[in-house]
Design a protein around this ligand. Structure first.
Ligand code: SF4
Ligand code: SF4
Length: 310
């Protein structure tokens, strides 16, 4: 276990002991629609309740279709009165999307707050300011390295990538729960038991793997690569670069996932998609595509993706 993890665990042990904590423990979970923010917060709330704490949870997701902002406050302790976390009072900020995490940083406790983030970047369609073909998109400019200079306990991993390597990118939220579990002193078995109740039965195994991977990732991290003793942990292979300007290539459609719902065809502002003779979505007028990513956001089956240009 590395020094920074140990530090987190020690401070967390003090945090979750109601005898030694006069104020509630605050965990803020943020991300965008479709990532499983609410699942993370529900798992945590249920676990805290199971451990005998009073819990208050609040969430905002009504306006968030896939791609919109979603956040949830979880507060637990001996006695909790308010469901919302005041600014600068979050003990842990869990971000399922990088830019969303940055937006909520003012809520983290300045000295002791723990930032756990997926470096996954989901660029909203409205960040595509220039609608010309091949135009670049704006995105949060701060890199992982820059953020680690500001936060004592910054754990940033490409959880989406790691979960995809396990076989299901949607398990990224469980992987982050594994990372979160190193900051809160609850038994790992109790985490697993609660997670199993909140994921589809067929995905329990992969979610258990994702949880372990997130937990192990923090615990076995080599301190030699920790950045300046700041507690930043990064994916093996180096810091994940957050490009200042993100450029995409044309939509790619995974035929096997397309269920012919026609949503992308109807909503594409440039009318460049259509269903082919097998009723599978196809990019028929690529020259008109503005890379706005609306089709990617709206496809209910994740069948369309626009990838970053290398
Ligand atoms: S929205 Fe997705 S599932 Fe529906 S037609 Fe388009 S690609 Fe297929
Ligand atoms: S195909 Fe997709 S990315 Fe291209 S213009 Fe239509 S909705 Fe936008």
């Amino acid at each position: 276990m590395n020094d920074s993890t140990q530090m987190n665990l020690e401070s967390a042990q003090a945090m979750v002991n109601p005898q030694s904590v006069k104020t509630p423990v605050n965990v803020l979970v943020v991300g965008v629609g479709g990532q499983g923010v609410i699942m993370v917060s529900k798992v945590l709330a249920a676990l805290c309740q199971q451990q005998g704490f009073q819990v208050k949870q609040s969430e905002v997701h009504g306006m968030a279709k896939r791609g919109g902002s979603v956040f949830s406050h979880v507060r637990f302790g001996e006695q909790v009165y308010s469901p919302t976390i005041p600014m600068g009072q979050a003990d842990v900020l869990v971000a399922l999307e990088w830019a969303e995490g940055l937006r909520w940083l003012p809520y983290l406790k300045p000295e002791t707050g723990i930032f756990i983030a997926d470096t996954q970047q989901i660029v909203p369609p409205f960040a595509c300011r220039d609608r010309k073909h091949g135009a670049v998109s704006g995105y949060a400019k701060e890199s992982v390295a820059e953020i680690s200079e500001l936060i004592s306990n910054c754990f940033a991993a490409d959880a989406g990538f790691m979960a995809a390597e396990l076989g299901n990118a949607k398990a990224a939220n469980t992987l982050l729960l594994g990372m979160l579990s190193t900051a809160l002193d609850f038994p790992a078995d109790d985490w697993c038991e609660v997670i199993s109740q909140f994921v589809p039965p067929k995905t329990v195994d992969i979610n258990m793997q994702a949880f372990s991977q997130g937990r192990d990732w923090v615990e076995r991290y080599d301190p030699a690569v920790l950045k300046g003793g700041k507690g930043i942990a990064v994916k093996p292979g180096g810091l994940v670069p957050i490009p200042h300007e993100v450029q995409f290539v044309l939509p790619v459609i995974t035929e096997a996932w397309c269920k012919s719902c026609d949503i992308c065809v109807k909503f594409c502002p440039e009318r460049c998609l259509s269903l082919n003779e097998n009723r599978i979505a196809e990019l028929t007028k690529p020259e008109l595509c503005t890379l706005c990513r609306i089709c990617e956001r709206l496809c209910p089956d994740f069948a369309i993706s626009l990838n970053y240009k290398n």
